[in-house]
Design a protein around this ligand. Structure first.
Ligand code: SF4
Length: 403
């Protein structure tokens, strides 16, 4: 697990700068404006800036910089946490601060841009509790970062808060992604409520991004339960209207369900509702809780041991799969689930949040298991957790029994 922030000695920055870190060879081939490129000065590279020093914004070195910069250039060196920054990454540095944030990490499975900290819901299990702040600057940061992301990046996320609170600025951001990253899948997490305004849904879809998917939660087939989970009366109606408006204008939609006490018993009914009413959904993601933010505060109200979710999970997953829908189970360690559910369990936890427990060291399936969030505490660990042996032993296929 590599964090997204570290500290270093930073000199030469004026205000705030978003910079692309590249090796000298890559920078010489790149079409990125040299004035926003920091040249990576790795261990074996002691005179990196060469005679073209003035072209680049400066240098970045994990250890003490070998120098070669002019007075007006940026030097980032003596990085506190090894490995946090590497060539290809996009970083934010701020004048007078030692803290460096990685906005994009080459090779990560979970690059996500923060759109806003504001939200119009207040979900019981929100891992990033909303804040009512003026963070309009995040729009500019996204617009600056997107052109610096590797062009062959497979997927980029946008999250919040609630990204649709940006209104038409979100349309501009999607345009930027389409312009600079036309082959990169864009995945935006939203509660979908703003799309109950069909005009907004139409404007967003009019960008015609070739590979954009909206991840929108529907927590229950019962409006009251959904509204309770998001702590907002009328949210279910707005979300469903929003999903239909998006679908009407050609959007690709993923339905997200976070499993918790309030909805676990009716997962089967929710699957039926989705199949009947949201058949056009491209993907259904059924997810375990992340022990962060409000989820920690509301533990008593939320926690249900994954071992006690197995029957409703099987009912929901196989109901949808047997009817041709695509389903994934996120954030449930494999040892908490029967083997017939394993094919639906990708390694879902972002690499910078992901850990394994000591028992995982002796487990045959660690390489394909999602493991745990780094914030996991003892009370968030299922009673079923334990090393798996003989992982390839045959199991009884139960799919047909569950139709
Ligand atoms: S023991 Fe660890 S690696 Fe093995 S299945 Fe359980 S959580 Fe995953």
């Amino acid at each position: 697990m590599l964090p997204l922030h570290t500290h270093a000695k930073v000199t030469g920055v004026r205000g705030k700068a978003i910079l692309k870190v590249l090796t000298l060879e890559e920078a010489q081939r790149s079409d990125i404006d040299p004035s926003i490129c920091l040249i990576w000065q790795g261990e074996s590279q002691h005179s990196p800036v060469s005679e073209h020093a003035d072209r680049w914004a400066g240098v970045l070195s994990p250890q003490q910089s070998a120098g070669g910069c002019r007075g007006h250039q940026i030097i980032v060196d003596e990085i506190k946490t090894p490995g946090v920054i590497a060539p290809g990454d996009v970083i934010r540095v701020v004048e007078g601060k030692s803290r460096i944030s990685v906005l994009y990490r080459r090779g990560s499975n979970s690059n996500t841009l923060l759109a806003t900290e504001r939200c119009n819901s207040f979900c019981l299990m929100c891992s990033q509790p909303p804040r009512e702040v003026d963070d309009q600057w995040l729009v500019d940061e996204m617009l600056t970062t997107i052109p610096l992301v590797d062009r062959d990046e497979i997927q980029l996320g946008i999250s919040g808060g609630e990204p649709t609170l940006l209104g038409d600025d979100l349309v501009v951001v999607i345009h930027q992604a389409r312009r600079f990253l036309p082959t990169t899948g864009l995945h935006i997490l939203s509660n979908g409520r703003r799309f109950s305004d069909e005009g907004f849904a139409r404007r967003v879809c009019a960008v015609r991004h070739p590979n954009l998917e909206w991840g929108i939660p529907v927590y229950s087939d019962c409006p009251e339960t959904h509204d309770f989970i998001v702590q907002s009366k009328g949210a279910w109606d707005e979300t469903l209207t929003g999903i239909y408006n998006l679908a009407k204008h050609g959007a690709s939609i993923e339905i997200r369900i976070v499993v918790q006490q309030a909805n676990v018993a009716r997962l089967g009914e929710l699957a039926y509702f989705i199949f009947r009413n949201l058949t056009f959904a491209k993907h259904v993601a059924i997810m375990g809780l992340e022990p962060m933010g409000f989820a920690r505060r509301n533990y008593e109200q939320l926690w249900v041991d994954p071992a006690d979710c197995v029957e409703p999970l099987k009912e929901a997953v196989f109901f949808l799969v047997n009817r041709g829908m695509t389903v994934s189970i996120y954030n449930f360690p494999l040892c908490t689930l029967p083997r017939e559910l394993w094919p639906y369990c990708p390694k879902s936890i972002s690499d910078w949040k992901n850990i394994y427990l000591p028992e995982c060291d002796h487990c045959d399936v660690q390489k394909r298991c999602c493991g745990f969030f780094r914030t996991v505490g003892e009370k968030w660990i299922s009673r079923s957790v334990g090393a798996i042996k003989n992982a390839d032993a045959p199991f009884t296929e139960e799919i047909t029994e569950l139709i």
